[in-house]
Design a binder for this molecule. Structure first.
Ligand code: NI
Length: 269
């Protein structure tokens, strides 16, 4: 598989749950923009059959290599980022996983039980990346219980495996100079920003600035009925040169920590 096919598959799946991303692309295209992605992000848990290393297999097959890793103590997550070995313009891939053993026994057994329900074929065929939720109907009561410990875990229970976000590479935009202009463009077009930790996370000294809209919301059918639940969001990133003159390609844990909250129910309007 070519990497373009892989990203196209992830994108097509992602926009079904993130209509705002298609709308923003349309608006930017009307301004003559040719949109490039800085990175995409995926979420999982640290069980061997679905962990970061498992999700990374397909990316490695299309030429990606592992770079840095990150730890989020408050959210109890680790993450790794991957870059294409030769094509520096290819989107970076950021994969995070929940550290199960840092949570209650109840959360651990809930997560193990839904992961155990993933059909073996999906695990064997590496179809996991865009498999979504393959453990049947979810319970709102379970969702709320997970949410009391981890918004991330609750999100994973409802949506399963998909791209959690794509990220527009602001450096490559012609008509938008910086993150202030990017956010103004989004707000002018009535998109709601994630303001946790400020609308712009990071700064030029950290060599990375990021912002994101709040996740779209989907009517999700639970055992108890339908509820409106945050789905996925669109992110925006501008990178700066390192002292050696090369563009910074990593991530800033403090900023990513706040970006994770774009799918929190409490942040939703
Ligand atoms: Ni991101």
């Amino acid at each position: 598989m070519e990497k373009e096919v892989l990203f196209d598959t992830l994108w097509k799946d992602y926009v079904t749950q993130t209509p705002s991303a298609s709308k923003i692309n349309e608006l930017l295209k009307q301004h003559g923009e040719n949109i490039k992605n800085d990175h995409i992000a995926l979420r999982t848990v640290n069980l061997p059959e679905v962990g970061i290393d498992k999700l990374a297999v397909l990316f490695k097959q299309v030429g990606y290599v592992e770079k840095d890793s990150y730890y989020f103590s408050e959210k109890k997550l680790i993450a790794k980022h991957f870059e294409h070995a030769t094509d520096l313009s290819a989107p970076k891939v950021f994969i995070s996983e929940l550290i199960l053993e840092e949570f209650s026994k109840s959360l651990q057994s809930t997560v193990r039980s839904f992961v155990n329900k993933i059909p073996k074929g999906i695990l064997e065929l590496d179809a996991l990346l865009v498999s979504g939720r393959t453990w049947g109907t979810v319970s709102y009561k379970t969702y709320e219980r997970l949410r009391s410990e981890s918004e991330y875990g609750a999100w994973l229970y409802v949506y399963g495996f998909c791209a959690n976000h794509f990220t527009i590479n602001v450096n490559e935009l012609e008509s938008i100079a910086d993150m202030q202009e990017m956010n103004l463009f989004l707000k002018t077009n009535s998109f709601k920003m994630n303001a946790s930790g400020g609308e712009i996370k990071g700064n030029s000294d950290l060599m990375l600035e990021q912002s994101s809209i709040l996740a779209d919301k989907m009517e999700v059918e639970f055992v108890e009925g339908e509820y409106l639940i945050p789905s996925c969001y669109y992110e925006f990133a501008k990178r700066y040169n390192q002292p050696n003159g090369e563009l910074f390609r990593g991530f800033i844990a403090n900023s990513a920590d706040k970006i994770f909250e774009s799918t929190d129910l409490v942040l939703q309007h």
